[in-house]
Ligand binder design. Structure first.
Ligand SMILES: *Cc1c(COP(=O)(O)O)cnc(C)c1O
Length: 433
């Protein structure tokens, strides 16, 4: 087993995913390619749904934060598994709608939704809009007025805590572009304003404290702060929040050194801390919503590349260059994220070489990782990077005019293309002069 039970090495010494030989997959679908084990995504959905139902009752609805991996097919998978989704843009809403995702089970997020986004969401019948700020609240009230509709909303609150993760993926502290801080009075002010909106039905509050969190403590802090806020709101306005969305953020292992989380126990533990927090705050337990992104899809995916060169610079380092890089995986460039990589066609050989894995773009920072333990490689080998299901395809670009790789889904011993590889013609599709 390599990091996850769905990854193995076969008798040829090749890496397998969902029982399929990755070297054969690379030959069939080309490289670079994202390969995702659909069974893993479905199993993760079931883990969250079962645990949430056990902890919060039959009405529980975990949401998949679809910014982590967004394509039409993922909305179908998530709909079949009975989860809701969170969308953050008109493009995600459109994709969900085209995939037939039930609009009532969509939560619409974002710190700067345009009027067009808000109108689109209301036209689609999006169940809940998570309002970020007072400008948006006013815009939504007037759009609802024009459409003669009412809209269910939550308000995004920043509880002001630091979940011990990379700064770029922290979202719950007071100095944040997201939401309304409790300590500044902003949260109470927007709550009063929302309660005065005739077309908007305030149901509760939302917070999302960050990503790649491996322990329950930050959720305990968030639950405590949010439930005390709910109690304060009740005291000042008489409004009792019926729903509290505690966001996503549970971590996944990218290397053997990362901790491993049992998501079912995490849901149970979050339920317990929320219940205790409600008791301490003296308010009835609201409906708790969780919205995992990364932990539903990251582990399911790997990226396959072809090695183009191995360059040894004596006294410095070794570079293995691959036929993709920051356009298909910008996470090292953005956050110095760590990954596990191996040579898929030599997976049973020892990883006794050290290399920087470089992409093919004209940027020195175009790296997948530095000082990575890996097997010795030669041009033509297949290099696999593990745990690329989240925030890879979703963040992909066409930098250097590179076509985006396909997504191939593996299930029951078969592989099928879910998203086609972009062609050069696709790159020219919108160029009109
Ligand atoms: C990104 C995001 C999530 C999901 O975060 P993960 O770390 O991928 O679980 C959930 N809710 C909101 C509002 C987000 O922005």
């Amino acid at each position: 087993m390599l990091l996850y039970p769905h990854l193995n090495v076969n008798e040829k010494g090749h890496l397998t995913i969902g029982g399929l030989d990755t070297v054969a997959l690379a030959a069939e679908f080309g490289t670079p390619a994202y390969i995702m084990d659909e069974t893993v995504i479905r199993a993760n959905c079931r883990t969250y749904l079962t645990a949430a139902k056990a902890a919060f009752g039959a009405e529980a609805l975990p949401l998949y934060a679809s910014k982590a991996l967004c394509f039409a097919g993922i909305y179908r998978i998530v709909a079949e598994e009975g989860l809701g989704v969170d969308c953050v843009s008109g493009g995600e809403l459109y994709t969900a709608a085209k995939a037939g995702f039930p609009a009532a089970r969509i939560y619409f997020h974002g710190n700067n939704k345009t009027d067009a986004d808000l109108r689109q969401a209301m036209d689609m019948g999006v169940g809940t809009i998570v309002v970020d700020n007072t400008d948006e609240l006013e815009a939504l009230e007037s759009i609802a007025e024009q459409l003669c509709k009412t809209q269910r909303i939550l308000l995004r609150i920043t509880p002001g805590i630091d979940p011990h993760t990379h700064r770029a993926i922290q979202t719950g502290n007071v100095d944040s572009k997201f939401g309304n801080a409790i300590v500044t009075g902003g949260a109470m002010a927007i709550t009063k304003k929302a309660l005065a909106c005739k077309r908007l039905q305030l149901c509760g509050f939302h917070c999302h404290i960050g990503s790649q969190i491996f322990d329950i403590d930050p959720f305990r802090d968030a639950a405590d702060i949010m439930l005390r806020f709910i109690a304060d709101v009740r005291r000042e306005t008489g409004f009792l929040a019926e729903e509290l969305n505690l966001g996503g953020g549970l971590g996944v292992p990218y290397t053997d050194e990362d901790p491993r989380m049992d998501y079912a126990s995490a849901v149970t533990d979050i339920a317990a801390v929320a219940k205790a927090a409600a008791e301490r705050a003296g308010v009835p337990m609201p409906r708790i919503i969780l919205e995992p992104g990364r932990s539903l899809v990251a582990a399911a995916g790997i990226t396959l590349y072809t090695v183009g060169s191995v360059k040894e610079i004596p006294g410095f380092r070794n570079y293995i260059s691959v036929d993709g890089g920051m356009p298909d995986n910008p996470r090292y460039a953005l956050y110095q994220s760590r990954y596990t990589a191996l040579i898929a066609n030599r997976a049973s050989e020892p990883a006794d070489y050290r290399a920087t894995i470089a992409g093919r773009c004209c940027e020195s920072g175009d790296l997948i990782g530095e000082d990575m333990p890996i097997q010795r490689a030669v041009r033509g080998d297949i290099l696999a990077v593990l745990t690329t299901g989240a925030y890879n395809f979703a963040m992909a670009s066409n930098y250097n005019r590179l076509p985006r790789p396909p997504i191939v889904l593996v299930r029951d011993g078969a592989a099928r293309v879910a998203v086609r590889r972009e062609s050069f013609a696709d790159l020219l599709r919108n160029d009109i002069i």
